[in-house]
Design a protein around this ligand. Structure first.
Ligand code: GLU
Length: 279
């Protein structure tokens, strides 16, 4: 099994030092293993994705010395694939339509008997629409019925090779029900979600190693359960520490000060960028 990983940025802002770290680490690991890094453009959020950021991604990565096979997979081209997977899950009774607004959810969670637990996607959904059998998908989001999912897949594990959690990671039914809950698999405005798309795309591309930031570690449990439900292979995971600023805060797209484009404009070399991020 040849090592195949991917760098999967969203074109919603400039790439910064954290992205450079992820992309170059992927390249270094792929090279060491005689494998390949794919580039995937994660542009399902069309309200925030911009062609200019996509162009900037290609420019910055080329400048950093990254090579990737063409054509590049773009998630906005794959909406029918995501839709088919949702239909399969719907037909099996594993997802349901939820019409709750954010306010409805906040109100249900602020009821005195509900302690608020926060999962990878925020507060755990209180389950209001689970039994409602709403019919119109246009007016709601699709949520995974986690209890029904766990009846099918039982306990879940995956292999992690990153420095923060090395080894076999095990997640139990209780972890899923209490710590993740009925997560959204298709948002109204996107027709899909990050979780569903990333799982289908990694499988479609034959990715053997998922390399990404530690901030996505907890989301991996969601991805593995989707792989089990959709009969897809589970890659090996490697979550790397996040690059932080001098104050210890993780970098975000809006931190233009750390944008690769800004360093480039100031005359920094790719070798200097490597030194700055400790590669
Ligand atoms: N598109 C995600 C991001 O820009 C990365 C997703 C992943 O690597 O799974 O943060």
């Amino acid at each position: 099994m040849a090592f195949l990983t991917r760098f999967a940025p969203s074109p919603t802002g400039p790439l910064h030092l954290g992205h450079a770290y992820s992309a170059l680490l992927a390249q270094d690991m792929a090279q060491a293993a005689g494998g390949t890094v794919l580039l995937r453009i994660e542009d399902i959020d069309q309200s925030r994705s911009r062609p200019k950021w996509e162009t900037q991604i290609y420019d910055d990565l080329q400048w950093l010395g990254l090579n990737w096979p063409r054509p590049v997979m773009r998630q906005s081209d794959r909406l029918p694939v995501y839709r088919t997977a949702l239909d399969r899950l719907l037909a099996r009774g594993l997802i349901y339509i939820c019409t709750c607004s954010r306010r409805d959810i906040d109100m249900a969670l602020s009821a005195p008997q509900e302690g608020v637990t926060v999962g990878p996607d925020g507060p755990i959904y209180p389950g209001t629409c689970r039994a409602a059998q709403h019919r119109d998908g246009k007016n709601g989001v699709f949520r995974l019925n986690m209890a029904a999912a766990m009846d099918l897949v039982a306990d879940v594990n995956f292999i992690e090779t990153g420095p923060c959690h090395t080894g076999t990671i095990i997640r139990t039914r209780a972890d899923y029900l209490d710590g993740i809950g009925d997560i959204v698999l298709a948002r109204r405005d996107m027709g899909t979600s990050y979780h569903l798309s990333v799982v289908l795309d990694d499988a479609a591309q034959g990715v053997t190693h998922v390399l990404r930031g530690e901030d996505l570690f907890e989301a991996t449990a969601i991805h593995v359960v989707l792989q089990r439900l959709l009969n897809l292979a589970t890659p090996i995971y490697h979550h790397h520490p996040l690059i932080r600023d001098a104050a210890g805060k993780r970098l975000a797209k809006r931190d233009d000060a750390r944008a690769i484009a800004k360093y480039r404009a100031e005359g920094t070399t790719p070798a200097n960028i490597r030194r700055m991020i400790g590669l």
